[in-house]
Design a protein around this ligand. Structure first.
Ligand code: BMA
Length: 325
């Protein structure tokens, strides 16, 4: 394949779209909320009690965020939204002084608990915090697990050997995706870069960060990540894929050269922050192998797009292995 060819060729001089937007997007907006809010965005997603649960970031009119859950049978409509915030910044946690943002949820079978990694916005910068729950009503906070400036974190659902693995995105000499290891979920080490921002004119040249939780597939761990390109009119947030080795997720098998989803519709292009698509969760339906991806659009509302896991895997397997892996 030459440098000028796309792996997303649709055969009719267009790009093959892996994700298909729900035609009645956005699915959740501030006006749907049971109490007054500025915007709802960037939801984590999990299956809970046989339903699809979104844990949305909700921003108030001070600019501070908290997390509120919305639950639906089909993951599309009839959302039942908590009447009050589900998880608010805690006065006992100074690192949450300016709010809590952008959760990701991983179900940890070994603990029979859901792990929620989120950004705690401290007055000294954003940190990665971790909380555990088994009912999405009571939460056990483990506190900040990474110092500032760090965000976009998610856990793998099981240990590798004796160690849990955390994906996160510190800011230090660029904004790259790192992975760190821990035997107890509290103290993390053996940090290393997993996916770098590619610099220059790349679509993910300025920053990268994990989007949804890692998805275990027969071909490897499917990673959805966001890439940022700074432009004269601001930052552009788009999405790409990587595939990690199933046994050793520190090894990147493939990475997409091209972005696979980007701001296109009016609700993604206009809002509090224009030109942003920002998923924090997705759900695989094992009966038809279809994925529902939930994303914040323009930092203002929540939208849905679906994709076939088989098509995604065919695509990512056609992508090259990163040069530095
Ligand atoms: C990132 C995070 C996201 C936000 C995005 C675009 O740094 O703060 O919550 O959606 O910027 O503004």
């Amino acid at each position: 394949m030459s440098h000028f060819e796309t792996r997303l060729k649709a055969g009719d001089n267009t790009f093959k779209e892996l994700f298909h937007r729900y035609p009645y997007n956005p699915i959740l907006m501030a006006k749907d909320w049971p109490y007054p809010v500025n915007v709802v965005l960037n939801p984590a997603a999990a299956i809970f009690d046989g339903k699809i649960l979104l844990l949305a970031r909700v921003e108030d009119r001070r600019g501070f965020s908290h997390l509120t859950k919305a639950v639906s049978d089909d993951g599309i409509s009839n959302w039942v939204i908590d009447k009050i915030p589900t998880l608010s910044p805690s006065p006992d946690h100074p690192e949450e002084a300016w709010g809590i943002e952008d959760p990701r949820i991983t179900y940890i079978e070994e603990l029979h608990k859901y792990a929620i990694t989120y950004t705690a916005y401290s007055a000294c910068g954003p940190v990665v915090s971790l909380a555990l729950t088994d009912d999405f009503t009571n939460f056990e906070r483990l506190g900040p697990i990474m110092p500032p400036e760090d965000k976009d974190a998610t856990l793998f659902p099981h240990k590798f050997g004796k160690r849990w693995l955390l994906i996160h995105r510190p800011i230090a000499h660029g904004a790259n995706i790192w992975v760190s290891c821990s035997e107890n979920l509290r103290y993390w080490g053996d940090h290393r870069v997993l996916i770098n921002s590619r610099g220059g004119s790349w679509w993910d040249g300025s920053k990268v960060g994990i989007s949804a939780q890692p998805l275990e597939t027969p071909k490897g761990w499917l990673i959805l990540y966001h890439g940022v390109r700074e432009t004269a009119s601001g930052a552009l947030y788009r999405l790409g894929f990587a595939l990690l080795d199933l046994e050793n997720p520190l090894k990147v098998l493939h990475r997409s050269d091209e972005w696979v989803f980007g701001p296109q519709e009016y609700y993604e292009k206009e809002g509090d922050v224009r030109d942003v698509v920002f998923p924090c969760g997705w759900i695989l339906n094992p009966t038809d192998n279809k994925i529902k991806m939930y994303y914040g659009a323009a930092d203002t509302c929540i939208a849905l797009a679906s994709a076939s896991l088989d098509e995604i895997l065919d695509y990512i397997e056609s992508c090259p292995a990163p040069e530095d892996n």
